[in-house]
Design a protein around this ligand. Structure first.
Ligand code: PPS
Length: 312
């Protein structure tokens, strides 16, 4: 409904079609002009599709299976979000921009930016820098996004009306590409169309849930690391939902002070199919129709529920 589509004061329309959090705008030129090194690793996702899980796996692979996360305070400090890297220290909109290029190699970074806003080196295949893209079915992704995004409240930044959005109102915004990072559909398709590139690994959250061990192995191979089966098992265990949820380094517990009272924690449910507890029948049918319209014929498919026998 049109009346639900107002622009919150902390959002801006960037590049005519991509909504950003105001604080992200100052990073757009750094992201676009990034000079890649061949050992850079980017975890790219539409929000809430499995970013943190894959980051944790990548970090473990690149750090000799250090299951104690030695010396690390937050995932953001070692694996920053390119469009908002100071999130863990100073999330205010007027914080001075951080120069990410000076980070020690291999530079591990996450970004939710659509492919077309990434740097020319990536867009024109002038780099061997590796990109791991994770997708998730849109129903679970939007539920997760709703709880995450409306649970934030940054004094003086967040539009006070925003945390009061209902799920249906948030969903309406999703259908209209008005969530931060814009269109879920375009975001996915831009990477899906390039999934055969040598430096892109395209993963699905639901497949990772079904068989995490094989995915850890696959990610390690993609990153050129030869792990023993025992090391793969250790990483799989360390990065399980249960273990990540109880680990301060990776569970984003520090977000709590920026969240509204009663907001769900970052590590919320970690399930496939929770959408059934949130969508009305009409909303689900609308999403199915949209899914067919946008992804039909592209070959991109998702699981929307898993049966016990699907888990390996
Ligand atoms: S963000 O803010 O965009 O970076 O969020 P992102 O990490 O992409 O997605 C958060 C959702 O992923 C779930 N999660 C996991 N699921 C399974 N296993 C592991 N290890 C794991 N880690 C995070 C997290 O709980 C969010 O999903 P929901 O459905 O909200 O629980």
């Amino acid at each position: 409904m049109a009346e639900d589509l107002w622009m919150p004061s902390h959002h801006v329309m960037y590049d005519k079609e991509c909504v950003l959090e105001g604080a992200m705008v100052k990073y757009m030129s750094q992201i676009r002009n990034w000079s890649c090194k061949d050992d850079d690793v980017f975890v790219c996702t539409y929000p809430k599709c499995g970013t943190t899980w894959v980051q944790a796996i990548v970090w473990q692979i690149m750090h000799n299976v250090d299951t104690n996360w030695s010396g690390i305070k937050t995932m953001d400090s070692v694996f920053p979000m390119m469009e908002w890297p100071e999130m863990d220290v100073n999330p205010s909109e007027d914080a001075a921009p951080v120069d990410l290029s000076v980070r020690p190699s291999p530079r591990l970074m996450k970004t939710h930016m659509p492919f077309r806003l990434l740097c020319d080196d990536v867009q024109n295949q002038k780099t061997k820098a590796r990109i791991i893209y994770v997708t998730r079915n849109p129903k679970d992704a939007v539920v997760s996004y709703y709880y995450f995004d409306t649970g934030f409240y940054l004094e003086g930044v967040t539009d006070p009306r925003y945390p009061a959005l209902t799920f249906s109102q948030f969903l309406e915004r999703f259908f209209n590409d008005l969530c931060i990072c814009g269109s879920y559909w375009t975001h996915n398709l831009e990477f899906w169309e390039r999934r055969h590139w040598e430096n892109i690994l395209f993963l699905k959250y639901e497949d990772m849930m079904k068989d995490p061990w094989t995915h850890v192995k696959k990610i390690a191979e993609f990153l050129g690391k030869d792990l023993t089966d025992q090391q793969v098992s250790s990483i799989t265990e360390t990065t399980s939902f249960k273990n990540m949820k109880s680990n301060k380094t990776v569970n984003y517990e520090y977000f709590t002070e920026m969240r509204t009272e009663g907001a769900t924690p970052f590590m919320r449910k970690g399930k496939v199919g929770d959408w059934k507890n949130h969508f009305t029948v009409a909303e689900s049918e609308r999403m199915d129709k949209e899914y067919k319209k946008k992804f039909g014929g592209t070959g991109l498919t998702h699981d929307f529920e898993l049966k016990p026998e699907d888990y390996k």
